[in-house]
Design a protein around this ligand. Sequence first.
Ligand SMILES: [Zn+2]
Length: 292
Amino acid sequence: MNIDRFIAESSTSTYPSLRLTAPRTCVRVLPRKSDPDLPFVEVYRHFLQDYITVPNFIKAPQCLLTPECPGCELASRLAAKGNSEAARRVSAKRRFVVWVIDRTPTSETNGKICTLEVSPSTKEKFVSEVKRWHYDFVSLDSGCVVEILRVQRGRGADYDVKFVTQASGDGSFRIAPDPLSEEELREYENLPDLEEYLASLRPSLEDFRRALDLSPIEEPLPFSKEPEVVSEQATISSQEVRPTTQKEKVAPPDLPECFGSFGVEKKQCATCPFQEACLTELMSKGDVAKDE
Ligand SMILES: [Zn+2]
């Protein structure tokens, strides 16, 4: 194996990935040139920090979205062994990515263009703010700064999303526009297409497999660390079950759609067999901190 090539191929992006670790993060979301109405791009990611121990390979690689995806295969193998909890944790999770300029005053990447990745529930909070204010928050000249507040929830974290406002003369609050500077506009013009950029960060099948193979973990770890993200249940397709030496295969767990939102469907919750796991899921909901 050519180690240098392996490391170079697995190296990090040219744009920093903004991490929502601080209690307050401020971003200026940028529109996508190819589709200014839809700034968010969907990705699926496997969180494999307990399975990929080889250095210099991303611990949370994007799902390859093919039946051969090594992350999906790992989830299927764990499910086949009856370890549905571990299978659920490593199965691909839906995420949303946007281009942003970091406007957090104390941040290392302040003023820089970064990618920001959030869970579906945090993306919904952006949608709620747009509905509340009916405001084009990504517009290059009249878009606004968005404040993301991290709220600790049990072992995980939840995020509140607020458009930054200013008091006007009559005592009411209005959105404070944050026009891009000339330099920022030039940088924006040079931005690659977000979908293509994200695709370029996806590991090759070969490297992904090798990273898992080089990490000598036979059995799943007990997840002593805080889960980094458990945002949405991804189903494990039976087509993705890789043939194993196991004689018997156990079908992947068939979780209800409302899994992780305990209390929303109160009537069903009382008799639901997934009650306990659902509560655990709810407690551990949060966004990824460690990323590319
Ligand atoms: Zn996958």
